[in-house]
Design a binder for this molecule. Structure first.
Ligand code: NAP
Length: 255
């Protein structure tokens, strides 16, 4: 039996973990998952994994070559632009086939009150001049712009506690890891008297916070996705990624 095909998954998302789970029992593939190392205690995947960067696009290219990787899957978050650019560059320089696995963006449903803004600084401005109770669901790395609007009260949810230096002056931190239910999101929004929600357009099937905000008529400031680098192959779900991998596998083996 030929050796399993080695492939690298760039992760930090639920999609990357789901793909790792789907590939773990498949003898055709020898996958490895890579994490940036931002989360202190990541859930361990059922495949070999490592944490920490590669040292830019050239470091990633060297890693692909040194480990005999036959495919690269960029399953990073749509707002993680640098690693996706590095993946494009490393794939181009090594000739390793690249798939981008990305969730379809959320679209406002009828009755949802979204203000779409281009970036986080614009999100902070969109909160307005009057003090409001704001729910920030943007992770812990992008809080600095909200220090420019210190008159609001912020409820901040993130997996690990944020660096105190990044925090706006009046805030409450909730350390929590999703997924969340619509019921628990509604209960939280109600209990904390939230008046406006700030979100990135992470996309995908889980949109409980948006559904809860709609049910409570709470407006949403939605930070638009940054432009993604042009990709030759894109999958929006695990099934699409698996069929792309099967094609790469068969082509590599001359099937
Ligand atoms: P980024 O700005 O695109 O990347 C910065 C650097 O972090 C990269 O140049 C790379 O370092 C390293 N890196 C990022 N992802 C990596 C991975 N999967 N494996 C190994 N190294 C990685 O990334 P970011 O926005 O800070 O996001 C960091 C991670 O958190 C990503 O893996 C992403 O999927 C996840 N995440 C991000 C967000 C978000 O809103 N940005 C939300 C949820 C999850 P080197 O150049 O040294 O290789």
């Amino acid at each position: 039996m030929p050796d399993a095909m080695k492939l690298l998954i760039l992760g930090g998302t639920g999609e990357a973990m789901a793909l790792a789970r789907a590939l773990a029992p498949d003898p055709r593939f020898a996958p490895m998952l890579s994490l940036a190392g931002r989360t202190r205690n990541p859930r361990p995947p059922p495949i070999p994994w490592q944490s920490g960067g590669f040292g830019g696009a050239s470091g990633l290219a060297a890693f692909l070559a040194d480990h005999g990787m036959a495919a690269l899957i960029d399953a990073t978050h749509p707002y993680a632009r640098q690693i996706s650019a590095n993946a494009q560059s490393a794939a181009a320089s090594t000739g390793v086939p690249l798939l981008t696995l990305t969730r379809p963006p959320w679209v406002a449903k009828p009755g949802e009150r979204w203000t779409i803004v281009p970036d986080l600084a614009a999100a902070a401005r969109a909160l307005g001049e009057a003090p409001r109770r704001v729910f920030l669901t943007i992770g812990r790395q992008d809080l600095l712009p909200f220090r420019e609007a210190p008159w609001h009260h912020y409820l901040i949810r993130s997996v690990d506690p944020p660096d105190p230096a990044w925090l706006p002056p009046v805030c409450e931190i909730i350390a929590a890891r999703g997924p969340f239910s619509q019921e628990s999101e509604r209960a939280l929004l109600t209990a904390r008297k939230i008046e406006i929600l700030v979100s990135k357009n992470s996309g995908g099937a889980m949109r409980d916070k948006l559904d809860a905000a709609k049910a409570l008529a709470i407006p949403v400031v939605m930070v638009a996705r940054p432009e993604a680098p042009a990709a030759d192959h894109i999958a929006t779900d695990i099934a699409g990624a698996l069929s792309w991998l099967a094609r790469v596998h068969d082509a590599e083996r001359g099937v």
